[in-house]
Design a protein around this ligand. Structure first.
Ligand SMILES: Nc1ncnc2c1ncn2[C@@H]1O[C@H](COP(=O)(O)OP(=O)(O)OP(=O)(O)O)[C@@H](O)[C@H]1O
Length: 257
């Protein structure tokens, strides 16, 4: 039987005075990579924030093996790692110190980082090829370089579940591919990854896809399933076409000149 990383039942969430998630039921598999896709405003970021425990919501959220209400904030922060969309702040901190923030859930209150913390930070900065800028502040980095440091921070947590909102933002094509290989490697180690992506061709490399529109899940299925491809085309108003290119599925814009 498939093990579950996060189970969400009847999730509703509001932003301002508007309900933006309208009753979401979702079982996210453990040890797999799930992509969440959908048009602008579909509620993808809101759903990811709810899954990360960062937003008030109605409905039930369960991390199997961790009874609700019995997991301390620290344990939860060790278990779930978060990479937000367009994260700002920390401009005066060095890339090394920003990455070390990912180790906070592991460190005793006010204790300096230990050997394991430094080892995790070094490994994460090397994995995202951000090691060379370890002594530069975030404010001195380009958008893509900065994103790779934030990704290193998320990796340094060494969490079982990684939630990433638009992790490919500002990354050039080779670093997008590196991210994809990194995720595949995490999944091979048994970690669960959930990512919100706008790059449909890359999102199709995931194991499973959640297709959202207007605050609802329209489809959840394997990335190589024709029903999933049809759902993707539909939520994007049939303005894109999913097709096979060699070993991969890719999304092409439908353009009539
Ligand atoms: N402060 C707010 N008050 C009311 N509605 C909001 C607020 N912030 C966002 N929304 C609305 O909530 C809905 C869901 O937003 P969300 O950011 O989750 O969508 P998304 O699918 O991640 O979009 P995108 O692809 O554009 O990043 C959108 O319709 C958005 O306009």
């Amino acid at each position: 039987m498939e093990t579950i990383a996060i189970s969400a039942r009847a999730i509703r969430a509001r932003l301002g005075n508007q309900e933006v998630l309208h009753g979401i039921d979702l079982m996210l598999p453990a040890g797999r990579w799930t992509s969440i896709i959908g048009p602008n405003g579909a509620g993808k970021s809101t759903l990811l924030k709810v899954l990360a425990g960062l937003m008030p919501h109605a409905g039930q959220l369960v991390l199997p093996g961790h009874p609700p209400g019995q997991m301390s904030a620290r344990k939860k922060a060790q278990h779930l790692s978060w990479l937000g969309q367009n994260e700002s702040g920390a401009d005066d901190l060095t890339a090394y110190d920003v990455t070390m923030l990912g180790r906070l859930p592991h460190q005793p209150w006010l204790a300096p980082p230990g050997e394991a913390d430094h080892a995790a930070v070094i490994e994460a900065l090397r994995a995202t090829q951000a090691w060379d800028w370890r002594d530069r502040t975030l404010g001195q980095l380009s958008g893509g370089e900065r994103q790779r440091v934030l990704l290193a921070r998320a990796l340094a947590v060494q969490a079982e579940v990684l939630l990433m909102d638009e992790p490919l933002a500002n990354l050039d094509p080779p670093h997008q591919v590196d991210w994809l290989l990194l995720v595949r490697d995490l999944v091979k180690q048994g970690k669960s990854v959930v990512s919100v992506l706008h790059e449909i061709s890359l999102a199709l490399h995931a194991d499973e896809m959640v297709v959202m529109a207007a605050g609802r899940v329209m489809h959840h299925g394997p990335c190589n399933d024709p029903a999933t491809h049809q759902a993707i085309e539909q939520v994007f108003e049939n303005r894109i076409h999913i097709q096979r290119a060699g070993e991969q599925w890719i999304s092409l814009p439908k353009i009539q000149y």
